[in-house]
Design a protein around this ligand. Structure first.
Ligand SMILES: [Zn+2]
Length: 152
C-alpha cells in the first residue's frame, strides 16, 4: 500500500521562493488511498467520527480522523513525508533541502502529539503502509480502553 517516494519527489521541486515554501508547508495530502481505506474500515465497524478536523482550537493541526467524545485524534502519516523507519528514503538530489524538510515534519509531528496530549487528547499515528484492518483494531482497542477508564 505504501507508495514509493520517487513519484512525489519528482513532482515537488525545492521551493524557489519563501511564498512557495510557505505553501508547501501548509500542504498536507487529503483523502489519500490509505486514509480512505482506514475510514471505510472504521465505518464498517460502526464507528462514527469527524474527518479533517482540528482536534483542539488551541493546537494548529488538522487530524485525519477525530473521535470528538473520546478525545482521540488519528493521523495517517505518509511514509515518505513523515519519516517511516521502514520506507523513508532520502532523495539523492537536493539532499540538504529534503533532509531539513523531512526533519521539520517529524519535529512538528512530535510537537503536535505533545500539545494535544497536554490538552487531554490521545494521538494515534498510523503509517500509510499499515493494514487498515490492523489500524482499525488499534483504534478500537484505544477507544474501548478510554471508555472503560471513564468508569460506569
Ligand atoms: Zn512505511
Amino acid at each position: 500500500m505504501a507508495e514509493g517516494p520517487a513519484k512525489s519527489v519528482s513532482r515537488t521541486p525545492p521551493p524557489s521562493s519563501e511564498t512557495v515554501s510557505r505553501n508547501m508547508r501548509a500542504l498536507r495530502a487529503r483523502d489519500t488511498g490509505p486514509e480512505l481505506a482506514l475510514r471505510r474500515e472504521l465505518h464498517a465497524r460502526g464507528l462514527r467520527y469527524r474527518v479533517h478536523r482540528r482536534p483542539d482550537p488551541e493546537v494548529r493541526s488538522v487530524a485525519d480522523v477525530v473521535f470528538v467524545g473520546a478525545r482521540v485524534a488519528v493521523y495517517v502519516d505518509g511514509c515518505f513525508w513523515h519519516g517511516c523507519p521502514e520506507h523513508a528514503v532520502m532523495p539523492k538530489r537536493n539532499r540538504e533541502f529534503w533532509s531539513e524538510k523531512l526533519r521539520g515534519n517529524m519535529l512538528r509531528d512530535r510537537r503536535t502529539d505533545e500539545e494535544l496530549g497536554r490538552r487531554g487528547w490521545t494521538v494515534l499515528r498510523i503509517w500509510e503502509h499499515e493494514d487498515p484492518r490492523h489500524a482499525a483494531d488499534l483504534i478500537m482497542r484505544q477507544l474501548h480502553r478510554l471508555d472503560q477508564g471513564r468508569g460506569p
